[in-house]
Ligand binder design. Sequence first.
Ligand code: ADE
Length: 421
Amino acid sequence: MRIDVFSIFPDYLAPLELSLIGKARREGLLEVHSHDLRRFTHDRHHTVDDTPYGGGAGMVMTPQPWGEALDELVGSAGGQLPTLIVPGPGGEPFTQTTAYELAGVPWLAFACGRYEGIDERVYDEARSQLGPERVRILSLGDYVLNGGEVAVLAMIEAIARLLPGVIGNEESLTEESHTGGLLEYPVYTKPATWRGHQVPQVLLSGDHQRIAAWRHDQRLARTATRRPDLLPSSATLAGGGKQPLQIVPATPADAAELFVLTRACWLDEGRTAGTFDIPPLTEDMDAMKATVAPGSPWHTWVVRDPQSGRLVGSVRGRSWRGAPDLSEPLEENVGSDRGRFWEIGRLMVAPDLHGRGLGQELLAHVVRSAPTQATTAWLVTGANSSRNLRFYRKAGFRRSRVASPYPGTVALERALSEDDL
Ligand code: ADE
């Protein structure tokens, strides 16, 4: 990746020589050029600002040096065009998603504004030279800095660490804060007891499945406490409103909508599996009604958009009597609420609402709803469905000892701890 930074304080960018970013530069993974904007001025004082038209406090950066800097930049790479980022408190928020998006762009240029900002015509000129989609105004947060340099340092670090090879252990990128819409779980190192403070027992257990489940729950709990705005329960589904989403038991009146949502959600699964001959796509309305009728072994929950009332997600669970070694066909082992296995099924979220953490919430809800004697949560999912497999793996599920009875699927399980119930 090539990065060009324009600033009246190029020395501000010295930290980009240090640490992992400095190493990435030395290894040729990242090429960073910093430019002194004053090089593009022609007067004795290297002036870059003037008073605002219309009056008002402060000074505005003049368009002339920015225009010449842009011309030089565009002329420097034989027809290739950079994406220009102008940091400013009035921009769109710079988030982890923005960082991932920009990490895929081969050439970024940053323009650091100072004073009251840059003459607006510079943005117009940049849009006409680069194309409007290559000009981004991005804010680090809802506060005002003295200039763009600190924001540029933060953005470059957030972007560059996502480039292949910059971070030694790329696995560490997969579970950090803001990945998957959740904050990071707490971490501990030796000694196990320090000044009387203990490392949580589960981390010393060596049971990787329990550890993964504990970490997932910690991420959910932390996000709910510190950043409830990131969770779909306080998110806006239909725009505007802030009512919490409620996961409630399904009733027979939900059957028709559940039937339609199930079909919509499993079509892609059928395509991935190479067959549409799978129960969620073949079972009829009567079968669906039976699963939400009183007396069904399934406990089904639904979630509706509080504004439109639309049914947008669902999940269900049932317990088995005969587990853990399933010696008989699955249906024969289904009991009332006395089994040790808690089978989770039909976890679905309306396709237009994917990626907001609603599936994670539904999964956490059904896990929490397991009967107290259940020791293992168990589910099946498409053997080729890498998205589902990743999702369940992050939630602590691993390949089950109890095989799936359905062709084309794999069974996954996760231990239920007291914290879950
Ligand atoms: N320049 C001044 N304040 C800023 C902010 N909050 N984000 C990005 N650039 C800025």
